[in-house]
Design a protein around this ligand. Sequence first.
Ligand code: 5GP
Ligand code: ZN
Length: 115
Amino acid sequence: MSSDSNCIFCRIAAGQIPANKVYEDDEIVVFHDIHPWAPVHILMVPKAHIVSMADVTAEHAPLLGRMMALSPRLMRELGVTDGFRHVINTGRDGSQEVMHLHMHVMGGPRPWAKG
Ligand code: 5GP
Ligand code: ZN
């Protein structure tokens, strides 16, 4: 699996940097965002170092599908009962700050800090 030792999300995936994890399997790690915009704000991250959605091809479809399909279950488990929002930022114009593909999933009662 591709990995970049300078990448913060690769290091979280490898257990080298702590994170408040809510889910983990062979391919995916999910943890709470360190600066949450909403009462519940998780980041769903493939363990492989894929830089952004701009690098995604058909071979990644099962992985992305699994991430999408997992999100409602995790939000339920985290007590979100009234809807949630998915955000994926891509590249500079997409306001991506961490250059390792991740899906924000946010929920909980409004108002939110952002989003
Ligand atoms: P982006 O703008 O790249 O979509 O968002 C990156 C997100 O990662 C931000 O919401 C930021 O708060 C979060 N983040 C950055 N570094 C860390 C970290 O070390 N740990 C955790 N849990 N979240 C991080
Ligand atoms: Zn990475």
